[in-house]
Design a protein around this ligand. Sequence first.
Ligand code: HEM
Length: 423
Amino acid sequence: MKPPGPKGSLFWGSLKDFQADPLDFLLNASREHGHLARFRFAHLEAYLVNDPELIEEVLLRNSEHFDKDTRSAQKIRATCGDSLLSANQRTWQRHRNLIQPVFQPGFVATMDGVIDQTTEEMLSRWENISKSGDRIDLVAEITALVIDISTKVLFASDIDPGKLETALAIVLDDTWRRLQSPIDLSEISTLFHRKSFKSSLSEIDEIVFGIIKGRRSSRTGHNDVLSRLFEARTENSDKQLSNKELRDAVITLLLAGHETTANALSWAFYLLAREPKKIPIDGNFENVFRETLRLYPSIWIIERRIKERTQIGDHMLKKGASVLISPYVLHRNVKFWEQPEDFNPDRFLETENETRPRNAYLPFGLGKHRCVGLHMATRIATRVLSVVHEKFKLTVASTEKPIPYPGITLRHSNNIYCYVEDV
Ligand code: HEM
């Protein structure tokens, strides 16, 4: 039985509707067509899966029938080479085995000093802004802060985080632009890549290779991800990562980690500035961060390719088609979330939690591709929220309400300006 779904136009199918407003399109498809909706983007067939049980089948129980050889993985390969976000199964497994152990909670807890100190540096600037009665550009401040923290944690090194931030933004924007377009000439030859993309990628390469080579000649005294990756070995092999593999791994971690964390953290500050009563008096911001990621999951869509004809629930899915899972849509399902548009961190209190299916909440994904950086992102976000709220009160100055803007991550439709005051 073919799953139901929006018809769309004869040639484009639903592509134009999706491009016009992806979040609205996906929300409507789930509301109108239920657990599994089928549609077409020009010649590509896709299924949107909206049910926790069926999602578990795709990402966990029957995951061998799906892979990540998707358009997004192909596009990201131009930047990350073959690593966690883009590699084929064998290379992916090798990288996963080497990288995942690095990000365990024990190591993540050693980041506190770096997080606190870097946040304090930002706050001393805010002190002057507060005195002058000026406003901060919230997302710009938090993005710069997260890049600064991430580079220190990844490769404790004296680089200019601003330069890296600009280059990464250009690379991500270009990747998203190519992903949205049905025709991508740069797939035929790298000659077709935009000039700005190429020069930004060379800048990133220069910085990252510079650090790796420097580290090969003097390896002592660092407690960062890079030094752990230098030492990493898989269980059954003594082979270390080459310079190119280290470069691919580090850029992957930067790309996957900085914008996701910065956007979620900016949303959290915005939500608390709008509803200060929700600031936790005990200083524990975990449920605030959880609830922020429910409303604004940085990875708003997860994609898999169907390797062979496969049954999910009552439906047969076609080989070669895409399966889409949207945490943004799932987290707004009224069956699991009361008043889903409300910001209510208390819904994550344990007693409230018990009635909800396990996989109704998936900001970090599920199964073998589950986010390797989830402890790191949570630690950075909760710590920064707590250090800032000990010293400053934020009030939203912008009149325009930001709405979620889906790019490679879930961004903000416009700048959010805030006044900052000493508490
Ligand atoms: C709030 C912040 C973050 C969110 C919401 C987030 C979300 C996700 C999600 C949903 C996936 C799974 C994608 C899929 O199944 O296709 C994922 C994968 C990944 N994340 Fe995160 N992430 C965050 C922060 C980070 C950080 C800080 C890092 C690293 C420093 C990181 C590194 C990765 C990597 C490397 C993968 C690919 C894993 C694999 O395929 O094996 N993420 N992330």
